[in-house]
Design a protein around this ligand. Structure first.
Ligand code: 6GU
Length: 246
């Protein structure tokens, strides 16, 4: 997969992509990450990328010309791939977005900055807008890196068998079950007996129940769309009685 990032601060992305799973995927040729400085696509002496907003008011606005020229020269017009604008006004990024984007041969990410971007960038250059949550970041770079990480780990071959994404929180639509490793007894806290039992069916059932109860306690919103068996619904009813009793 080819990933193009359009940013005024390409150096911000160098460290995070040079480590761990992403760096290994790049080294193996599963992923190429291209950082594009869109200031290089200006033609005035001062390399101007922003300007005051029409109508007055504080904050600078990213001009359309450098970003249009940068993105169009790399991915074409109309674009050959999704062009994602990272902005706090976008849809909140989720595992479903990550999955969809990971199936693309290429994606382009535009990092907004300053007070915002000219509306024509949203309307006529970006094909979608994503936010990574309801808080304010100084720019889209950290958000782009979050999106790249979540997308890249779903590209076939990027994760080894040991790291398989199948049971991660959100991969299944609910939160992950509790995890334990050695020692079986640490201070006063033993590992649950069932995990030491060798009974794979009992382990699977315990994990599913723990995952559901944890999701009920922490993120009940995720259960609204979950496909549940009758037994699983019973576990949740019992859980509700326990959490919600006066
Ligand atoms: Cl994508 N950009 C900025 N500037 N702030 C954010 C964000 C993006 N997502 C959450 N907060």
């Amino acid at each position: 997969m080819q990933i193009h990032i359009f940013t005024l601060f390409p150096q911000m992305c160098v460290g995070p992509f040079g480590e761990s799973i992403i760096a290994r995927a790049v080294a193996r040729g599963l992923l190429t990450i291209h950082l594009h400085q869109f200031r290089d696509y200006t033609h005035d002496r001062h390399h101007t990328v922003d300007d005051a907003q029409y109508g007055g008011g504080p904050g600078m606005v990213l001009k359309p010309e450098p970003l249009f020229e940068a993105v169009e020269s790399v991915v074409g017009a109309p674009p050959s791939c999704p062009v994602v604008l990272l902005t706090p006004q976008g849809k909140v990024f989720s595992q479903a977005h990550a999955k969809r984007l990971s199936a693309q041969p290429a994606i382009a990410l535009i990092c907004g900055h300053y007070g915002g971007v000219d509306e024509r960038i949203r309307e006529h250059l970006a094909t979608e807008e994503l936010s990574i949550g309801d808080y304010v970041l100084s720019g889209g770079e950290l958000a782009a890196m979050v999106v790249v990480d979540a997308v890249a780990r779903l590209v076939p071959g990027v994760l080894g068998d040991e790291e398989s994404a199948g049971e991660d929180s959100h991969a299944t639509g609910i939160l992950q079950h509790p995890l334990y490793t050695r020692p079986a007894q640490f201070r006063d806290w033993p590992v649950p007996d069932v995990l030491l039992s060798g009974d794979h069916q009992a382990v699977a059932k315990w994990r599913r129940r723990q995952a559901l109860l944890r999701t009920l306690a922490r993120r009940p919103d995720l259960l609204e769309n979950a496909a549940l068996t009758d037994e699983e619904r019973r576990w949740l009813e019992e859980g509700k009685a326990r959490f919600c009793s006066p």
